[in-house]
Design a protein around this ligand. Structure first.
Ligand code: LLP
Length: 415
């Protein structure tokens, strides 16, 4: 559920016609709906209202300060994967006690930064990392909470690039080894406090069963560790809940919540942690782009837009589908075309073989569901300045990131 729709002939973000934003801010531009962000957070939060829980929004999905701040205002925690994300979260006013730090390759500097800031816990992904955190915590004289990210070997049935909970993936520690590590940590790594069990099996998951399989495995691990006298107080089930891009029917957070609550009944004194990214922001954002040219080839029609794979990498990288709507609704003949950007690669497309109304240079297109892994994965490839970002709130909007300039492109470069 989101707040982008046609009103009459024009496409609106909440109460603002997107054509007005294009006129005043230019294109390409990412447009986010504040009301949708609130709604998504609240739906997730409500789904777990009966049990102790912390929602740690996964910053990587969209790390704009205004987006983070929107979730800070809702009382959200944050899942971070780098010092940069920690910096952003703290700048936006996040409570460090609600921050979890995931990722397979945390550097010493990042670990030190996070310990000094007093984050809730590290999600540890290897035995070496565990020892490294213990060492740094000892030097800083700060006992540090950890969870071990276990790899439950569950197939999330999603794109292979975003599956993370299989044995062949680089993430986490296999369960049996994890048990040994917990016991070792308790006995020898005195600067650590093992308080959590963590897992994250993948992204854009549209069925409940993989979550439940992973949950059953991690639940048993919590029991086993508690039997060993290790006081596990937190179970982190990661993120991964999918959204509708095309015709997917992912479970609603409330259904996911009911299933999780049912499966964790009987485990007392346990706080659940979730790290949703896409489900919070994916459908709360669109990418607005202008048609530069249209071109009829002998085999294909092309719509050439001012947005490209550097702005939205998902179609090129994963073959992802994003719906595309014209900002002015019109009847009439449709034509099948590829929507492509100006970048010098055949892989630069936003959509392929799409039925679209007849378009002309200057027309505006809305690339839907671009709030997650859109701007945050964008780059300056082909020395293209990165897009502006706008937050709409009712009938008003603000620019929450200025469009980059040529000067921004060469900042820090020397010859
Ligand atoms: N927690 C961990 C440890 C993660 O690695 C991720 C995402 C999340 C939480 C949030 O997952 P979400 O709720 O957003 O599914 N660039 C890809 C997605 C990569 C996901 C990486 N990890 C895409 O555009 O589809």
């Amino acid at each position: 559920m989101h707040f982008f729709r046609y009103r009459g002939k024009d496409f609106y973000a909440e109460g603002v016609p997107v054509s007005r934003i294009a006129k005043q801010v230019g294109t390409p531009v990412f447009i986010y709906s504040h009301k949708t962000l609130n709604r998504h957070y609240e739906a997730f939060h409500k789904a777990f209202s009966g049990v102790p829980h912390i929602i740690c929004y996964s910053v990587k999905a969209n790390s704009n300060l205004a987006v983070i701040k929107t979730f800070v205002d809702e009382g959200s925690g944050f899942d971070i994967v780098s010092g940069g994300e920690l910096f952003r979260a703290l700048k936006a006013g996040a409570d460090p006690k609600k921050i979890v730090f995931s990722g397979v390759g945390k550097t010493r500097d990042e670990i030190e930064y996070a310990i000094k800031k007093g984050i809730l816990m590290f999600n540890v992904e290897s035995p070496q990392e565990l020892r490294e955190i213990n060492k740094i915590a000892g030097r800083l004289k700060k006992k540090t909470r950890i969870a071990i990210r276990v790899n439950p070997d569950v197939d999330p049935r999603t794109h292979p690039y975003i599956s993370t909970g299989l044995k062949k993936n680089k993430f986490g520690i296999e369960t049996e080894e994890a048990v040994k590590e917990y016991i070792y940590a308790r006995r020898y790594l005195k600067n650590l406090e093992p308080v959590g069990v963590d897992c994250h099996i993948g992204s854009q998951i549209t069925q409940l069963s993989p979550f439940i399989d992973a949950l059953r495995k991690t639940r048993e691990l919590v029991r086993l560790l508690r039997d060993q006298g290790i006081a596990i107080s937190h179970l982190n089930l990661g993120g991964g809940l999918g959204i509708t891009y095309e015709e997917e029917r992912p479970p609603h957070p409330s259904r996911y919540g009911q299933a999780v609550i049912r499966e964790t009944k009987g485990l007392d004194n346990l706080t659940l942690i979730f790290e949703p990214g896409r489900a919070m922001v994916g459908n709360a954002g669109i990418l607005l782009t202008r048609v530069l040219y249209t071109k009829k080839g002998t085999m294909k029609n092309f719509i050439i837009t001012d947005a490209a794979m550097n702005d939205l990498a998902r179609p090129s990288l994963y073959g992802s589908y994003h719906a595309i709507k014209a900002s002015k609704r019109r009847a009439g003949e449709e034509l099948t075309a590829d929507v492509v950007g100006p970048i010098c690669e055949s892989g630069d497309f936003l959509a392929r073989g799409r039925e679209l109304p007849a378009l002309a240079p200057g027309d505006l297109l809305c690339v839907m569901s671009a709030g997650a892994y859109g701007f945050s994965m964008s780059s300056n490839y082909n020395s293209r300045t990165r897009a502006a970002e706008v937050m709409v709130k009712g009938r008003t909007y603000s620019v929450i990131r200025k469009r980059e300039t040529f000067r921004d492109l060469i900042r820090g470069e020397v010859y």
